[in-house]
Write a protein that binds this ligand. Sequence first.
Ligand code: ADP
Ligand code: G6P
Length: 469
Amino acid sequence: RRAAVSPDDGPPLVVISNRMPDAAPSGDARTRNVGGLVAALEPALAARGGLWLGWSGRARAGQHRDLAIDRSVVPARASFDFEPRWHELYYNGFANRSLWPLFHSLPERARYADDEWAAYVEVNEVFAEAASRVTSRNGTIWAHDYHLLLVGAALRRRGFTGRLGHFLHIPFPPLDLLETMPWAPEIVSALLAFDLLGFHTRRFAANFLACARELAGAERIAEDALRVQGRVVRARAFPLGIDPAPFESPEDDEGVDEELAQLRTAMGDRQLVLGVDRLDYTKGIPQRLEAFARMLELHPALRGQVSMIQVAVPSRSDVPEYAAQRAAIEALVGHINGTLGEAHWVPVRYVYRSYGRTHLARLYREADVALVTPLRDGMNLVAKEFVAAQDANDPGVLLLSHFAGAAEEMRAAALCTNPYHRDGMANDLARALAMSLEERRARHAELLAMVHRTTSASWADAFLSALEG
Ligand code: ADP
Ligand code: G6P
């Protein structure tokens, strides 16, 4: 099962990402990795006969040289196990405790350790080595996300001459923040080994272009292009979308029907406010809970009239900041229910688990307001899934953080809010709950048109035609 591809005989397209569709996140309850990346890439790759290379999701000593190739699935996949040391230093460490918080503009949460950086460099080399084994020298490689910022440079050092693209699924921070990272110049220079860099928003692309000039001496030659050592590198926004169909018309499922019927009985006439996120401190879940509680204080008439459901998917649970965030949320839910609740009314229901897509779609449709209020987010696909799932005749309201990438496209029609301002968010939520049917319909129609305009498929097509064109 080892890769044995000759230099000129690889698949036309190889996608590299740390996480792959079926790899179980270690220690987490999810089995399949739901989310935009997988939904978008699977069909795009399948149509092009591509191969997907990534981490198996397992950490085992001495196994990483075995590249398992599975051609029985479409798209074909190649994966390898991590050394336990990599899992700790590269994944839990540099990727999730340095890059993740810094790129989400939370520098006080980032910490920098030399051994974690060294492991990050090493694992990017390992990915590049594995990619060289499955691709031809002049194929097309599309790398994804913050785990693989150095893989393009590592591939070039191995003589790869084909097209190299990278898409960042998280924000790219402004120069003032990026500079706090000791290896910022190395990272930016390595990114310039790609031919095309994709970001969710124009703001993130602009941040990168400014950092490339300042930290790597690249020359800006056009709105979206740099010249560096005689090569042209382009950096542009490619906003990611969803496939709306499974949210607009979810499959029939008796189990889900039954659960929803029970939820309706429990809710009675009350309005439902919904939050759905991976459990991550960038999602602003405590801030949202506090705003909900504040709303009940500022608008006492709403007590007993509205309940909130927060669904949090277990994520990165062996990273200490995530464990602390979970404990903080659980304490806050207990506090709010204990101080504001009544024997006959629970203000907040909190669920720590993942749901199937059908279940999620039906839950979105049930909600009067979705609270999508991250402190910072690359895009946030939950916002788009919620819009797709609504009944156009009686749609719910999207309350969206200014700091979600999705706000760049949805700002005009969504109700936007500032998650750093508790009283403001409390009042915005009250306004969402009181919004007239007419206004809800008008806003939803505009949002739905947008969700149809940029889908996951159109995103992949746009990126790949820019890369290959
Ligand atoms: P992130 O990529 O940071 O997790 P996004 O909002 O862009 O944030 O994507 C999250 C994806 O995970 C969405 O496709 C959403 O449907 C899925 N998801 C979120 N919460 C759950 C849940 N409780 N159960 C199943 N899927 C979930
Ligand atoms: C975000 C990141 C992805 C990552 C996902 C789940 O969406 O942008 O790269 O795969 O979160 O996180 P995990 O650490 O479980 O892969």
